[in-house]
Design a protein around this ligand. Structure first.
Ligand code: TTP
Ligand code: MG
Length: 395
């Protein structure tokens, strides 16, 4: 507990993120109820704080939002733009600490331990960060500062929008005395009911029963609940390492020198890489083609895309372009494709504003369907046949 005493975790969450971006890009929308949604299952993605006064909130059916707030400005949303602003904010956070973990499209944790010495106090650092986010991105955020992750997250939500909430080390016990147990992450509606039956309403009440009791009932989750209820959350801030990559390569039984033959391998590899990225919920910005000639000399060529992707088609087509540019010098004994510079997906990737994104959405649906089939029947069950034939002929 000694080292815990000086730990500071900051959690940042943008205010009404998608709606705020629209209000910033279109100043005439400032102060008006803006509701983003409809693209995904006909529900609200988010609503500006002006719209929330009418009772509109995320996940509500759009028709209901229209009834509650007929004067609202209803928009489908522009996911690419939100991703761009998200990236901007995340890069800015990295100027404050190398330990930044993006948790969703508009949320991040930052390990602020020790930064208080640089900025005067942890609170000063948080203030400066909040001001900087606003100055640089034009968007407002709420910040929570606490000794551990889950408390920082709860704190960031306490005074939205524009909030800055600190739970100091000394305040933690009193905070847990008051905290409704349902606010502890992992406590869902069913568990909440069971806890209520045991007379447990506040986080601190969990301690009325010993750790064994919780572990016997809930297993691992019981241990975590018992810990959180005492203010313990050992999870570190895990910065995302961009160096990671996903790749596939094959050495041929005999050397190959024609593009149509090579493209068959590339397609298979793109599929493998894409599928693995999709399974991990990752998107990569850089596509790399690797070639090894029959004299064992090796060559790589990379291209960085405007938007991160995990689509088989995009990976494949980029690799094919790179192959076209490589001008094969001699027969190849190996070809491979890799994707790197990962970014996390937003969870709302089916918000499809512009035509390019619409096409990407259709591709994503196709990939998802094929992934599901392969998951069921094995990776060799589905083969993309003529799908990319037009491109292959050109190549
Ligand atoms: P949140 O941070 O949950 O919501 P928010 O930023 O709009 O509002 P606030 O944090 O001030 O309460 O989610 C971030 C973005 O994610 C949000 O702007 C839109 C999107 N989103 C959805 O698309 N569907 C959802 O159900 C939720 C909760 C969010
Ligand atoms: Mg938010």
């Amino acid at each position: 507990m000694q080292s815990e005493a000086r730990r500071w975790i900051l959690h940042l969450d943008m205010d009404a993120f998608f709606a705020s971006v629209e209000q910033m890009d279109r100043p005439e929308l400032k102060g008006r109820p803006v509701i983003i949604g409809g693209a995904e299952r006909g529900v609200v993605s988010t609503a500006s704080y002006e719209a929330r006064k009418f009772g509109v909130h995320s996940a509500m059916p759009m028709f209901r939002a229209k009834k509650l707030c007929p004067q609202g400005v209803f928009l489908r949303g522009r996911m690419a733009r939100y991703q761009e602003k998200s990236r901007e904010v995340m890069l800015l956070l990295e100027k404050f600490s190398p330990l930044v973990e993006q948790a969703s499209v508009d949320e991040a944790y930052l390990d602020a331990t020790g930064l208080e010495r640089v900025f005067g106090s942890a609170l000063d650092m948080a203030r400066q960060l909040q001001a900087e986010v606003y100055a640089q991105s034009g968007l407002s955020c709420s910040i929570g500062l606490a000794p551990v992750k889950f408390l920082a997250k709860i704190a960031s939500d306490m005074q939205k929008p524009g909030g800055l909430t600190v739970i100091s080390h000394a305040e933690v016990p009193a905070f847990l005395e008051r905290l409704p147990v349902g606010k502890i992450p992992g406590v869902g509606p069913q568990m909440l009911k069971n806890l209520e039956l045991l007379g447990i309403r506040r986080a601190a009440d969990v301690q009325r029963y010993p750790e064994d009791f919780w572990q016997a009932r809930l297993g691992k989750a019981g241990g975590a609940l018992f810990d959180r209820a005492r203010g313990i959350d050992p999870r570190p801030v895990e910065p995302y390492t961009e160096a990671k990559s996903e790749s596939a390569e094959n050495t041929f039984a005999r050397d190959i020198s024609t593009v149509p033959e090579l493209s068959v391998w590339l397609l298979r590899q793109s599929e493998r890489v894409g599928r693995s990225l999709r399974a991990r919920g990752l998107f990569g910005r850089t596509i790399t083609l690797k070639l090894k000639y029959n004299d064992f000399s090796q060559k790589t060529r990379s291209r960085t895309l405007k938007r991160p992707t995990n689509l088989t088609r995009t990976i494949y087509e980029t690799a094919l372009e790179l192959l076209g540019e490589a001008r094969l010098e001699r027969p190849l004994r190996l070809i491979g494709v890799g994707v790197s510079r990962f970014e996390r997906s937003g969870r709302q990737l089916s918000l499809l504003p512009d035509p390019e994104e619409e096409a990407a959405g259709r591709e994503a649906a196709l990939d998802a369907a094929l992934d599901a089939l392969r998951g069921k029947f094995g990776s060799r069950s589905v083969i993309r046949g003529k799908l990319f034939a037009d491109k292959e002929e050109k190549a």
